[in-house]
Design a protein around this ligand. Sequence first.
Ligand code: ZN
Length: 65
Amino acid sequence: MKCHACSKGILSQKTKQHVFTYRGKFIKLDQPGLWCNSCEEGILNGEDIAKTEKSFDEFRSNVDG
Ligand SMILES: [Zn+2]
Protein backbone atom coordinates (compact mmCIF):
# COMPACT_ATOMS: atom_id res chain seq x y z
CA MET A 1 0.00 0.00 0.00
CA LYS A 2 1.35 3.40 -0.97
CA CYS A 3 1.64 6.13 1.64
CA HIS A 4 -0.90 8.92 1.17
CA ALA A 5 1.13 11.40 3.17
CA CYS A 6 4.34 11.42 1.10
CA SER A 7 3.21 9.30 -1.90
CA LYS A 8 6.77 7.92 -2.07
CA GLY A 9 6.91 5.40 0.71
CA ILE A 10 5.20 2.06 1.13
CA LEU A 11 3.06 1.20 4.12
CA SER A 12 3.73 -2.13 5.73
CA GLN A 13 2.59 -3.87 8.89
CA LYS A 14 5.24 -3.54 11.56
CA THR A 15 5.85 -2.40 15.10
CA LYS A 16 7.85 0.73 15.64
CA GLN A 17 8.70 3.03 18.48
CA HIS A 18 6.20 5.84 18.34
CA VAL A 19 6.29 8.97 20.47
CA PHE A 20 3.05 9.83 22.21
CA THR A 21 2.70 13.25 23.79
CA TYR A 22 0.43 14.45 26.53
CA ARG A 23 0.48 17.88 28.18
CA GLY A 24 4.05 18.54 27.13
CA LYS A 25 5.38 15.17 28.30
CA PHE A 26 6.15 12.31 25.99
CA ILE A 27 6.48 8.55 26.07
CA LYS A 28 7.80 6.07 23.53
CA LEU A 29 5.69 2.98 23.01
CA ASP A 30 5.96 0.02 20.66
CA GLN A 31 3.08 0.77 18.32
CA PRO A 32 2.00 -1.86 15.81
CA GLY A 33 0.39 -0.58 12.63
CA LEU A 34 0.87 0.14 8.96
CA TRP A 35 3.94 2.35 8.88
CA CYS A 36 5.52 4.20 5.99
CA ASN A 37 9.15 3.35 5.17
CA SER A 38 9.81 6.90 3.95
CA CYS A 39 8.10 9.33 6.32
CA GLU A 40 6.74 9.21 9.87
CA GLU A 41 3.14 8.56 8.87
CA GLY A 42 1.24 5.44 9.78
CA ILE A 43 -2.24 4.02 9.71
CA LEU A 44 -3.55 2.49 12.91
CA ASN A 45 -6.69 0.41 13.21
CA GLY A 46 -8.66 -0.23 16.38
CA GLU A 47 -6.69 -3.35 17.23
CA ASP A 48 -3.36 -1.51 16.86
CA ILE A 49 -4.55 1.33 19.07
CA ALA A 50 -5.84 -1.12 21.69
CA LYS A 51 -2.27 -2.47 22.04
CA THR A 52 -0.91 0.83 23.36
CA GLU A 53 -4.08 2.26 24.90
CA LYS A 54 -3.42 0.83 28.36
CA SER A 55 0.20 2.04 28.53
CA PHE A 56 -0.82 5.47 27.28
CA ASP A 57 -3.62 5.64 29.86
CA GLU A 58 -1.13 4.80 32.62
CA PHE A 59 1.26 7.44 31.31
CA ARG A 60 -1.52 10.05 31.35
CA SER A 61 -2.43 9.16 34.94
CA ASN A 62 1.21 9.62 35.92
CA VAL A 63 1.33 13.03 34.22
CA ASP A 64 -1.92 14.08 35.85
CA GLY A 65 -0.94 12.50 39.18
ZN1 ZN B 1 4.99 8.32 3.79
